[in-house]
Design a protein around this ligand. Structure first.
Ligand code: 6GU
Length: 284
């Protein structure tokens, strides 16, 4: 397995330098587009598009609904670097590999990372299509040797023992909520949980999560948020509730990827509008 220590500072810096040598833009904001939300990257202008397989040391995207491009350009005149599609542990990638792009962003000069993802709604008051600002996470994979920070630590990235209680920047959350309020868009705020996938969770697992205070569940984001925060970048994350998590033992319903993509497509416009406005606001 690839461990944190295999992504040495020098190896990550080589990737960052490779990218910086090919663009004039110097983005201070990075955006990760989750399932069905890659349309945001198409709003980026004067962009340079790098297919992941073009970038040295980058893994490939293997998921339907996820393109695999790194897009660098201007989102409403603000320089951004945008991941159109992310890496997941269920693709066979270690969490260290899945989160390596965060370190690349750091060495490119990025200060703020915006993460988006699709998630199943667990909170009983949530509806399909709701947008949830993430304020905390529960990520069992990160309790194990799958934690992307396991391995030799390089203090140039971050501390050996990083705090995890303030990963999701409060000011940024407030800023985003203000923007939504001005636009009359309803927002939720809550706790996100991620499992490794690719299977969805059992009824009992979901019920346990609900009891723990989890509001939405997905297969990504928490690992990236951890590493971005560890690297000293500000983190903001939103989950789009694409389906309801099934917590009834006798329900005939079940989650499926097509529904996830369909809801994401339906709500992509609103999400893009919010994120674009947000990026403009925080770029000052
Ligand atoms: Cl119900 N679970 C997980 N882990 N990911 C999801 C989901 C559920 N719905 C959308 N993505």
């Amino acid at each position: 397995a690839v461990t944190n220590s295999e992504f040495t500072y020098e190896r990550v810096k080589a990737i960052a330098d490779w990218l910086l040598a090919r663009v004039d833009t110097r983005p201070r904001i990075a955006i990760v587009c989750g399932s069905g939300l890659g349309g945001l990257a198409e709003k980026v202008q004067n962009s340079m598009v790098f297919a992941y397989e073009q970038i040295p040391d980058f893994p490939r995207s293997t998921v339907v609904g996820h393109k695999g491009n790194l897009v660098i350009g201007l989102l409403d005149n603000v320089p951004v670097v945008c991941m159109q599609g992310r890496f997941h542990s269920y693709e066979g990638y270690s969490n260290a590999l899945c989160t390596m792009p965060m370190k690349v962003f750091k060495l490119m000069g990025v200060e703020t990372v915006i993460l988006t993802c699709a998630a199943g709604g667990l909170n009983l008051s949530f509806d399909v299509g709701d947008i949830m600002v993430i304020k905390d996470h529960v990520a069992p994979l990160l309790w194990t040797l799958q934690n992307p920070l396991v391995g030799l630590n390089d203090d140039r990235f971050g501390p050996r023992f990083p705090a995890a209680n303030k990963i999701y920047n409060k000011k940024l959350r407030e800023e985003f909520k203000k923007i939504a309020k001005d636009k009359n868009i309803d927002l939720r705020e809550g706790v996100y949980s991620s499992f490794g996938g690719p299977c969805y969770e059992t009824v009992t697992e979901l019920r346990a999560l609900l009891q723990m205070g989890v509001d939405a569940v997905g297969m990504s984001t928490a690992n990236e948020a951890l590493v971005a925060s560890y690297c000293g970048m500000k983190v903001f994350a939103i989950a789009l509730v694409t389906n309801k998590a099934v917590i009834d033992y006798d329900s005939d319903n079940h989650p499926f990827h097509e529904e996830v993509i369909e809801t994401a497509n339906r709500r992509a416009q609103v999400l893009q509008e919010l994120v674009t406005e947000f990026v403009k606001k925080i770029s000052f």
